[in-house]
Design a protein around this ligand. Sequence first.
Ligand SMILES: [Zn+2]
Ligand SMILES: [Zn+2]
Length: 138
Amino acid sequence: MSDNSRDVLISVNLKVTKGRRAIIDLLASIAHPYDIQEIQKGLKLRHVLLDTVTVYRIIEVFIQAGIVRQIDFREGKYRYELASDHHHHFVCRNCGLIEPIHDVCVAKEQYGLIENTHGVKVEDHSLEFFGLCSKCRS
Ligand SMILES: [Zn+2]
Ligand SMILES: [Zn+2]
């Protein structure tokens, strides 16, 4: 297991456990956000056996601590990724391909306007793009 997973847990004052470290290591290694089943499968491949309830509970703690982001790709379930790297996603409505979009973040520029108009303090946002991938559109 990586030192990084221990550091992440310590940085948000969470108890360091084997299961928590394994989930952080797994999420740090994936190319697109995983759902709970994929997380469980990925852990199994790493010889970490956790039941679904335990995985959900750990993910819930991580979301509360701000180290994991929950994403809704309109699939009727949530997907999860580490929150450390800010980006968006493109999702193909035909084949389900999920592509990270690193180069566009127009939303942050709107924080000031939203805060002035609504009297709120914006802390975060999520923004996903839906359509057809380069294969499916041709
Ligand atoms: Zn596609
Ligand atoms: Zn953004």
